[in-house]
Write a protein that binds this ligand. Structure first.
Ligand code: SAM
Length: 197
């Protein structure tokens, strides 16, 4: 069987036509995150960069984005579409091996968290490079049940499960976060956690 990096490389050319983005819902999710002007944001598992213009709008021209993905093909698409927005650093890397230069104000995982193999370790890593008061947001623009049903249909990602909001809340607390929002709804999933001082 192919590994997940190759799997996503193969999906990159058709991603934007098969994965139809609902701009209204994405705007609502980004608004709920409450990003501020001038912030430094990591878009983890950025893919073809669907989230990038929404983040950019929220943080303005003084803000900066680091878009990380281990699929070079995905990130090539993101760069082709959004490099011109400015202040975006595109980095091909496994998120488990990535360490940003300087602390982040926010880390956003959009339709990405289930693909991380060692989730508790990831929560710890992000906690290390977040500013005090910085946020980790884990969000999906479809329900947990839909995410798991889609993954179930693929040999490659069938084990990449999205856990309930309450389970994730417990994992975040173990990693030292303060959980400020848990929304595990029938059309979206949104968890926000803050690195307390
Ligand atoms: C389902 S896609 C979501 C992409 C984008 N955020 C979106 O919503 O369209 C998940 C992305 O995570 C990337 N990915 C999966 N595991 C990764 C890892 N360990 N490190 C970095 N990127 C990873 C894949 O290459 C893919 O582009």
């Amino acid at each position: 069987m192919i590994d997940e990096r190759v799997f996503f490389d193969m999906l990159a050319s058709s991603w934007d036509t098969t994965r139809l983005a609902d701009a209204r819902k994405i705007s609502e999710l980004v608004a709920l995150a409450g990003l501020g002007q001038g912030e430094k944001v990591l878009d983890a598992g950025s893919g073809t960069g669907i989230l990038l213009p929404f983040i950019k709008k929220a943080i303005g021209s003084a803000g900066s984005i680091t878009a990380v993905d281990f699929s070079a093909n995905m990130l090539d698409k993101a760069k082709e579409k959004y490099d011109s927005l400015g202040n975006i650093n595109f980095i091909v890397a496994d998120i488990m091996e990535f360490v940003p230069e300087g602390a982040m104000d926010a880390v956003i995982c959009f339709n990405f968290f289930p693909h991380i193999k060692d989730k508790q370790q990831f929560l710890n890593l992000v906690h290390n490079y977040l500013q005090v008061g910085g946020m980790l947001v884990i969000m999906h623009d479809i329900s947990r049940q839909q995410v798991n049903a889609i993954h179930q249909g693929s040999q490659v990602v069938k084990d990449d499960r999205l856990v309930s909001g309450e389970t994730l809340r417990k994992w975040l607390i173990v990693a030292g976060y303060q959980v400020t929002e848990v929304l595990d709804a029938d059309d979206r999933y949104f968890i926000k956690a803050v690195k307390a001082g």
